[in-house]
Each structure stands twice: as C-alpha cells, then as structure tokens.
Design a protein around this ligand. Structure first.
Ligand code: PEP
Length: 250
C-alpha cells in the first residue's frame, strides 16, 4: 500500500508574527500544484493562530511542537490538547529530542502526552532516536525499541495506524551531520517491525515513519527514494520558504 508522504516543518523557537505570515504567503504559491503529499508547519504556540489565518483556503496543515497531557487546571505555562484543537491544530510533535534532553521529559510523560493527544483527536508525531554515545556503543536498536515500547504503552492499535513516528537521531539534529540513507532506512525498518509485532500488520502498513536530522534540499531525495521512509521532519531548512518548498517538491 502507498502511504502519503508528509513533509513537516518544526520551527522550534523561531519567528515572530510578521515573519510567520510572510513565510506562509511566500510558500503557498510555490506548492500550489502539490496534490500527492501532505505539508505541515509546526510553529511556536504564539504563532499558531497567525499561521492558521495566513493558510486559509490552502491544504497546509498546522501542528504544535509540544503539549501537556492534562486537559485543564493549575499547570502554569502549559498548553492542552483541547487548546491546540481549538486553534485548528491537527498534529502535535511529542518526544522531540530537545524536549527529552533540554527539558528532561521522560518516557512515561511522553506516553501520557501521546495518549492525551490521541484522545483529543490530534495526530501525534512521536520522535525517537539515539544519542551519539549510544550509537557509538551500538545501542541504537535498543534505545529506539525501548522508547517505542514505553512511549506507545496502552496506545490503541487503530490510533497507531494513523499516527506519525519520526526517527531522529539526536546527533543529526541541527548539526549538519545527517544520517546515511542506510542508517535511516535500517532504523525505520526496525520501527516498522516493532509496530508490526506490537500492533499488527495493518498498523505497520499504515503508520507513517519520517526521517529527521539535518535534512536539506540537497539530501531530501535520497531519503524519499528509500522504501519505507514516508517523509521528513525538518528544523533548520524549514525556516526559509524557498528551502522548505524545495524539500516539499523534492
Ligand atoms: C528537528 O528539529 O526535528 C530537526 C530535525 O532539526 P534539523 O532539521 O535542523 O536537524
């Protein structure tokens, strides 16, 4: 079966309102003819409404970069899935390595967020991947499988089929050192095999698995040519509309 490619922008903590609007205004005409793939922008929380406004009438999707698992309450500084839905978000990035390693988010928290996102009708983009020292110790498989095992605990089979998993080796994120196509493909095959064994053949066939880590217009096609790689999660190269359009049109 063929899965629709997804090209997702993670803007991290970049841009202000005018820049976000200018980005969408510049991007949309460049991708107007795109029909066979999904395009997603995940701005910082304060820019979601502006991007939503600027994208009106287009097929551009919006996602958030994080959320908390509780629906409401005394959680200063946090944002709920309901609030993201209210802003027309369809997706939410969870377990990004910067959340794990800069903000200390653990597997149990990421699991709670994943379940809360699904329950609210958001599509989680669950990020997994090993750190450099773990790769050097040949621990990639162990680390990725452990993250999947813990982060997807109690997630229903039907929800896994429609969610997104991003393989993002930590050493490749924002470093300019992208993974080889073989390493990316091997990890993505491993992830699909895990989904097959835990959630069944249909989920494994349907779940979209992206590669992320220093993807640029010059290396995008080499990943998209690999069987099983369904798209890319892109940080740095998604900030400029010219460059992001090239990634989309790979
Ligand atoms: C990311 O933030 O998920 C990412 C992959 O960043 P970059 O493309 O800059 O490596």
């Amino acid at each position: 079966m063929s899965r629709r490619p997804l090209i997702a922008a993670n803007w991290k903590m970049h841009k202000v309102t005018a820049e976000a609007k200018a980005f969408v205004t510049a991007l949309l005409p460049k991708i107007a003819e795109v029909r066979d793939r999904d395009v997603l922008v995940c701005p910082p929380f304060p820019l979601i409404a502006s991007v939503d406004d600027a994208r009106k009438g287009s097929k551009l999707s919006i996602g958030a970069q994080n959320m908390y698992f509780e629906e409401k309450g005394a959680f200063t500084g946090e944002v709920s899935a309901t609030m993201l839905k209210d802003l027309h978000c369809e997706f939410v990035i969870l377990g990004h390595s910067e959340r794990r390693w800069v903000f200390g988010e653990g597997d149990e928290l990421i699991n709670k967020k994943t379940i809360a996102a699904i329950n609210a009708g958001l599509i989680p983009i669950l990020c997994v991947g090993e750190k450099l020292d773990e790769r050097e110790k040949n621990m990639t498989e162990q680390v990725v499988l452990n993250q999947l095992d813990k982060n997807l605990k109690s997630v229903p089979e039907h929800a896994v089929a429609s969610m997104i998993i991003a393989y993002e080796p930590v050493w490749a994120i924002g470093t300019g050192r992208n993974a080889s196509t073989k390493d990316a493909k091997d990890a993505i095959t491993l992830i699909r095999e895990f989904i097959h064994s835990r959630f069944g053949a249909t989920s494994a066939e349907k779940v979209r698995i992206l590669y992320g880590g220093s993807v640029k217009p010059e290396n995008m096609k080499q990943y998209m040519d690999q069987e099983g790689i369904d798209g890319a999660l892109v940080g740095g190269a998604s900030l400029d509309p010219e460059s992001f359009a090239k990634l989309i049109l790979y």
